[in-house]
Design a protein around this ligand. Structure first.
Ligand SMILES: CC(C)(COP(=O)(O)OP(=O)(O)OC[C@H]1O[C@@H](n2cnc3c(N)ncnc32)[C@H](O)[C@@H]1OP(=O)(O)O)[C@@H](O)C(=O)NCCC(=O)NCCS
Length: 170
């Protein structure tokens, strides 16, 4: 049995001048690149394969800028496995070393697909959520998958069953 913690991948770095925008905060594309890297490592760890590809960037939030010189930590975990695809959630935190305080600045939700050595999608083991947060993320991943597949034109709106349920719940 594999849990989200089995795929936990952490990347801690200082934001350097070459990685910032004209306001001296981290450049958005720099953060996306880090998210994609760490997310793919997390997916590989879960699937136990050498190759995964990014199938979709489902959501990236930018709640707060991370200024130059700050310490940024990215934490990635597989939140749900479908068949060959996996949702990985990447939480980004800024760390104040003087107080030890960690503030969440961003979140990324990506879909990766596990590949065999010939570049053919292969199935991965399911993930079993443990904490309350992991259970919510696991459940909501179904709806996020439908939104992503619908946006990519892979399913029709009428096939988005979980999304419909969620809308009717409100
Ligand atoms: C993503 C990709 C593997 C899908 O391949 P495909 O031949 O269409 O294969 P499938 O239809 O079997 O899709 C594979 C899985 O991806 C999922 N998928 C594909 N597009 C998706 C999207 N936009 N959102 C969510 N999931 C998606 C499918 O639902 C399927 O998941 P499942 O097996 O868990 O049900 C293929 O389009 C690809 O290789 N794209 C390029 C990837 C790339 O270059 N990434 C950047 C560099 S790493």
């Amino acid at each position: 049995m594999k849990t989200p913690s089995d795929s936990l991948t952490i990347l801690t770095n200082i934001i350097l001048p070459s990685e910032t925008n004209s306001l001296n905060n981290i450049f958005g594309g720099e953060l996306l690149s880090r998210m994609d890297r760490i997310g793919s490592i997390s997916a590989r760890r879960h699937a136990g394969v050498e190759n995964v590809v990014t199938a979709s960037v489902n959501l990236v939030t930018f709640q707060q800028p991370i200024p130059m010189g700050q310490i940024a930590t990215l934490e990635a975990k597989v939140s749900r496995v479908f068949s060959t695809s996996m949702e990985v959630i990447i939480d980004v935190f800024m760390e104040e070393t003087s107080t030890g305080e960690k503030t969440q600045t961003n979140q990324g939700i990506f879909t990766f697909v596990a590949m065999d050595s010939l570049g053919k999608p292969i199935q991965s083991d399911p993930v079993v959520p443990q904490s309350q947060e992991e259970k919510i993320r696991y459940q909501d991943a179904l709806m996020r998958r439908e939104i992503s597949l619908m946006s990519a034109g892979r399913i029709k709106p009428s096939q988005a069953i979980e999304l419909k349920k969620k809308v009717l719940e409100e």
